[in-house]
Design a protein around this ligand. Structure first.
Ligand SMILES: [Zn+2]
Length: 120
């Protein structure tokens, strides 16, 4: 794409020009990124409170504290059920840059088939 101000070439979907710093018009498909409620990668238990905090843009510790207080004053069971339901319903947060590497399966050494005689 071309900068609307200085007419120099910049990468596709750039928000700003590298040369003059002018803001570039956003492409229609990237203009509105909807915030999604999902579990947080920064999780103490299931990531529900962290995910809520990220969605509401507040400190996760505050959400955890409020959740604990509500759960405590409602007799623990409702808060726990709501937490479990949310944990089941919310999609897990993607972890950018974290590649899952499956370690090679260790093969057990073969048992010695010979060279062993039962002591009599
Ligand atoms: Zn420019």
């Amino acid at each position: 794409m071309t900068c609307t101000t200085c007419q120099k070439d910049v990468a596709e979907n750039s928000n700003f020009c590298y040369f003059c710093g002018a803001r570039q018009p956003a492409a229609p498909h990237v203009q509105y990124v909807q915030k999604k409620l999902m579990r947080s990668a920064d999780a103490k238990i299931g990531g529900v409170c962290g995910g809520l905090a990220e969605y509401l843009d507040v400190d996760p510790t505050v959400v955890r504290l409020v959740w604990c207080l509500i759960a405590f004053f409602t007799g623990l069971v409702p808060g726990t059920i709501v937490y479990l339901v949310m944990w089941l319903v919310l999609p897990p947060a993607p972890k950018p840059g974290v590649e899952v590497i499956v370690p090679p399966v260790a093969t057990a050494p073969a048992a010695p088939a010979q060279g062993y005689t039962q002591p009599s």
